[in-house]
Design a protein around this ligand. Structure first.
Ligand SMILES: [Zn+2]
Length: 233
């Protein structure tokens, strides 16, 4: 089954609401630039990993006020809070208790789970937030994706054909590039976009509980290097 959800992509410098959760939460998409190469930054998939959505929002603000600059060849789309209800409640899952990074319709999706924190939902792609993720990928057609998370083991986790990309980011943020997070993640963005659709995908695991200023200093140059990585290739 092909899921085709048309969403209205914002024009440069604008935000559009691209989805509304079951609880009424707004999923917003911001666009910076109108260059030939679209890239996608996602934050707030897990609402208790605030390091990620705070970094995404700060990156968006610094682009808007001109203190961060990107190549004019890029169109950067930022969805800072894919899981707005989880972010507001500081919880991993969405309002329906689903782990959104286990709900995407991958070939290895499974309804089994060991821990309620990883509840994958009643069926693959059952959640509005997952439909939005799919729609973002189908409409934007990003050349690469970065999704911001946090974890006690910080890393540039790469999925799909993106080891060199991960290494370029590692040169800036000092985190190890790793192709394997250490446990299986069926229904994850890395599997859906990276391995199954061959879109270079980085799950940036920021060090958990790091303060926002340190997160910014550590990662903003790595993000820029990542977004611009494929421009020459
Ligand atoms: Zn996470």
């Amino acid at each position: 089954m092909t899921v085709k959800n048309a969403i209205q992509l914002p024009s440069a410098g604008q935000s559009n609401r691209v989805g509304t959760t079951c609880k009424g939460g707004a999923i917003e998409l911001y666009r910076h630039g109108s260059g030939r190469m679209p890239v996608l930054l996602i934050g707030g998939v897990h609402g208790d990993e605030s390091e990620g959505f705070i970094l995404a929002e700060r990156f968006q603000n610094e682009l808007r006020n001109g203190s961060v600059k990107l190549s004019a060849d890029l169109s950067l789309f930022i969805c800072p809070r894919l899981n707005p209800d989880g972010c507001a409640a500081i919880r991993r899952t969405n309002h329906r208790n689903v782990d959104l990074n286990r709900n995407l319709p991958t070939t290895d999706w499974s309804g089994e789970f060991q821990n309620v924190r990883y509840y994958p939902g009643v069926s693959a792609g059952s959640e509005i937030e997952s439909e939005v993720t799919i729609a973002l990928i189908e409409n934007i057609k990003p050349h690469m994706i970065v999704s911001l998370h946090s974890y006690e083991h910080a890393m540039n986790n790469f999925n799909g054909p993106s080891e060199e990309l991960a290494r370029a980011m590692s040169a800036r943020n000092g985190l190890p590039p790793k192709g394997d997070i250490g446990y299986p993640t069926p229904g994850s963005l890395g599997t859906y976009a990276g391995w199954e659709r061959k879109i270079p995908t980085i799950t940036l695991e920021i060090l958990r509980d790091q303060d926002a200023e340190t997160v910014w200093k550590t990662h903003h140059e790595a993000l820029i290097a990542g977004f611009e990585f494929y421009l020459d290739g």
